[in-house]
Design a binder for this molecule. Structure first.
Ligand code: NAD
Ligand code: IPM
Ligand code: MN
Length: 365
């Protein structure tokens, strides 16, 4: 049977709750496909700070780099919010993404027929939405230098960051986006702020240049402010969106709400080679942590992306996706996606119901 080593990074807040559910689902779906997992749990974020004094211990990064794939819950919390920059949980996550060189972050947003009522948009606007945000993940203003605090000529305190993209960074994310669009509906919308920002002018120039390698994909460009508006006006116009690190962060949270809840949205972060990083797009949700209220489905679906994009185990991935749909069809809902007539459950019970759905599937021969 096939064996894979998976690094589990539960992190903070609801992270451990959703990772526990997703791990059990991964185990069961894998076993039905003859896959065995070795899980190694490592600290990251606030949990790592409390344990080791840093948000990404070397042992965590090296274990992650040596494994076949990495599944992360979430990081962050009030306790560490006032820490110095290099001692913030968020810095650990950025170091992890950079350390794994996972520059391409795929964030799919699909309105499931079962969850149309959970969308805040009108039914006719929401039904049929199926888009993919391809977010650049290891560059841009998150990593650009110079950055820091200083004083200006008036002696006033200033904080500053740099939005910077090199040609090779744009070219490689553009290629991932064109490949992604090619496998979907052949439409790619590049989102930037080329009317104001030099980094965006280069972005648009390079995306346009790379387009000549993909004559079968229809490329369009949109300014980010318009894109934010179009996403709630008519989200169905989008197939694949490619954008920089910070715009992708914001637009994917916006897209998540079209689908009903941020608690539903998974992601895959991939590099040229080496293990991928798989995580829900939501954060540690400190407001509901340790109350068994979190929706684990974003992490469960991230585990499906791990199987598909990280390990090439499409059949096992399908099992998880099918089980999630089946669980929703059977009426189970956590609080964030609950509407009248459904069965309100907590994180654990949702996990148990997904396991039942996987368990009811026929094992492959
Ligand atoms: P958040 O995503 O944690 O929460 C926003 C809102 O959505 C909250 O009301 C929360 O309860 C709700 N929510 C999020 N996930 C949910 C789920 N699975 N089920 C049900 N409800 C859910 O964003 P925030 O409040 O802005 O940030 C909280 C902390 O998380 C901060 O420290 C932030 O830096 C961190 N963060 C981490 C990640 C990550 O680990 N990838 C992502 C975003 C934010
Ligand atoms: C996300 C988060 C992170 C980001 C933070 C916590 C560093 O918001 O994964 O979307 O901005 O990338
Ligand atoms: Mn975010």
């Amino acid at each position: 049977s096939k064996r894979y080593t998976i690094t589990l990074l539960p992190g903070d807040g609801i992270g451990p709750e959703v990772i526990s559910v997703a791990t059990n689902v991964l185990k069961l779906a894998g076993s039905l496909e003859g896959i065995e997992f070795k899980f190694q749990e490592m600290p990251v974020g606030g949990a790592a700070l409390d344990l080791t004094g840093v948000p990404l211990p070397e042992e965590t990064l090296s274990a992650a780099n040596k494994s076949d794939a990495v599944l992360l819950g979430a990081i962050g919390g009030y306790k560490w919010d006032k820490n110095e920059k290099h001692l913030k949980p968020e810095t650990g996550l950025l170091q992890l993404r950079a350390g794994l060189k996972v520059f391409a972050n795929l964030r799919p947003a699909t309105v499931l027929p079962q969850l149309v009522d959970a969308s805040t948009l009108k039914k006719e606007v929401a039904v049929g939405v199926d888009l993919m945000v391809v977010r650049e993940l290891t560059g841009g203003i998150y990593f650009g230098e110079p950055r820091g605090f200083s004083t200006n000529e008036n002696g006033e305190e200033i904080g500053f960051n740099t939005e910077v993209y090199a040609t090779h960074e744009i070219d490689r994310i553009a290629r991932v986006a064109f490949e992604t669009a090619r496998k979907r509906h052949g439409k790619l919308c590049s989102v930037d702020k080329a009317n104001v920002l030099e980094a965006s002018i280069l972005w648009r120039k390079r995306v346009t240049a790379i387009a000549s390698e993909y004559p079968d994909v229809e490329l369009s460009h949109m300014y980010v402010d318009n894109a934010a508006m179009q996403l709630v006006r008519n989200p169905k116009q989008f197939d694949t969106i490619v954008t920089n690190n910070i715009f992708g962060d914001i637009l994917s949270d916006e897209a998540s709400m079209i689908t009903g809840s941020i608690g539903m949205l998974p992601s895959a972060s991939l590099g040229e080679s080496g293990p991928g990083l798989f995580e829900p797009i939501h954060g540690s949700a400190p407001d509901i942590a340790r109350q068994d209220k979190a929706n684990p489905l974003a992490t469960v679906l991230s585990a499906a992306m791990l199987l598909k994009y990280g390990l090439g185990e499409e059949n096992a991935a399908k099992r998880i996706e099918t089980a999630v749909l089946d669980t929703l069809s059977r009426g189970y809902r956590t609080g964030d996606i609950y509407s009248d007539g459904n069965k309100l459950v907590g994180c654990k019970e949702m996990g148990e119901e997904v396991l039942k759905s996987v368990d009811s599937q026929v094992p492959s021969p």
